[in-house]
Design a protein around this ligand. Structure first.
Ligand code: ATP
Length: 359
């Protein structure tokens, strides 16, 4: 058997789902390439699970449609869609062994015993579960049980794998470990993955592209770098990573490069999308892009230190500008780099490429 499937293309077109008067999915469109790993990221209630359930076929669409490999899937029942699925609760069969759990989809599909045994062994090996094949789920840790659920979802090498918060019941270290495994698995089997999470770092780590959702809509779809560095709006900037938002007035514009002035009258440069219009804007600068110095220099802005914490690999320093705006600075711990005293005046600056206009 070849280990890799060719993933399906998925085209979600203007899909709407209502529960009574409430619109859980609001004219959502999203095109996913064959073999892509796309994550739906958003706060609780933003419609991620709803969209996944519409694709899986657990719920019906009110308007719009979904096309998989060029064919509409409207009316195709869940089991005929042939998708692999993993949920937060592992949903393993408690009275079957690990191997029997993983073999279950093949039993249902009538795959012969020899072929089934071979595929189960191969899949258990991929998920590092071979030595647990004859255990019952109750004899396994949470992380191991979720690996079994993943193995069961991919044993048939489905062209599409759907995962709904599969790691949220696990502790952080285990979560990070399985994130890397799922990523490797995706590369190995080549299926199209759609993954739901409300955890931004999980989305950044795993995805080819992230679709950020808010109130039943997708507000931005882009690569992790683009989402983090060039968020479309305040919501995306605030939901993914920590953000400093600085009010400023645009003085000059040369293409995407802007010269601006803060409320305290200091000039700086930043980048923006072409479609940003208007004079008064908000500029995002991520905390790790800010530089703090004891002495003033060209382009620095004075700021008073409000709090300063040593976190190990980084220093986390909160400063207040004369405008009253609070900024968070994260700088790597370096030899001879002392925490500034609370109340002391420091000088903050950032480069032209560090500021991003979001509104
Ligand atoms: P979470 O991370 O909490 O799972 P989510 O982004 O996956 O959130 P959904 O589960 O898709 O969000 O829910 C979106 C909205 O639709 C929520 O406000 C929810 O209360 C509502 N909703 C979901 N399912 C139903 C249902 N069967 N009946 C009524 N309302 C529902």
């Amino acid at each position: 058997m070849s280990s890799s499937a060719i993933g399906s293309s998925i085209s979600i077109r203007e899909v709407t789902k209502r529960y009574g008067a409430f619109t859980a999915a609001d004219r959502i469109s999203l095109d996913i390439e064959p073999g892509e790993f796309v994550t739906l990221l958003g706060p609780s209630g933003s419609g991620k699970t709803t969209l996944l359930n519409l694709l899986a076929g657990f719920q019906s669409i009110d308007s719009g449609g979904i096309v998989v490999d060029g064919k509409p899937i409207h009316g195709v029942p869940v089991h005929k869609r042939g998708f692999g699925m993993v949920f937060q609760s592992y949903a393993l069969f408690p009275n079957m062994t690990v191997a029997q759990n993983v073999a279950f989809p093949m039993r249902m599909a009538g795959v012969n015993r020899a072929e089934s045994d071979r595929r189960v062994a191969e899949t258990l090996d991929m998920m590092r579960l071979s030595e647990h094949a004859s255990k019952q789920p109750s004899e396994m840790s949470g992380g191991q049980q979720q690996r079994v659920a993943i193995a069961r979802a991919i044993v048939m090498r489905p062209k599409v794998v759907l995962m709904d918060e599969p790691l949220s019941a696990l502790d952080r270290r285990l979560r990070e470990e399985i994130q890397i495994e799922i990523r490797a698995l995706h590369q190995a089997i080549g299926s199209t993955f759609l993954f739901v999470t409300h955890d931004q770092s999980e989305a950044l780590t795993m995805s080819d592209r992230i679709a950020v959702m808010e109130q039943g809509k997708i507000v931005q779809v882009a690569s992790p770098e683009e989402i983090y560095r060039r968020p479309r709006n305040r919501f995306v900037a605030g939901f993914v990573g920590e953000s400093n938002l600085i009010e400023a007035e645009i003085l000059r514009r040369e293409g995407g490069a802007l010269t601006l002035r803060t409320r305290t009258g200091h000039q700086f440069r930043a980048e923006s999308r072409d479609e940003v219009t208007g004079r008064n804007v908000t500029v995002l600068v991520r905390p790790e892009r800010l530089r703090l110095t004891d002495t003033s220099g060209p382009g620095t802005i004075p700021a008073r230190v409000v709090s300063a914490l040593f976190l190990g690999e980084v220093l986390r320093i909160e400063i207040e500008l004369d405008s009253g705006e609070l900024l968070l600075v994260r700088c790597p711990d370096r030899a001879g780099h002392a925490l500034p005293a609370i109340g002391s005046v420091q000088h903050v600056s950032w480069g032209a490429e560090d500021g991003w206009v979001i509104a």
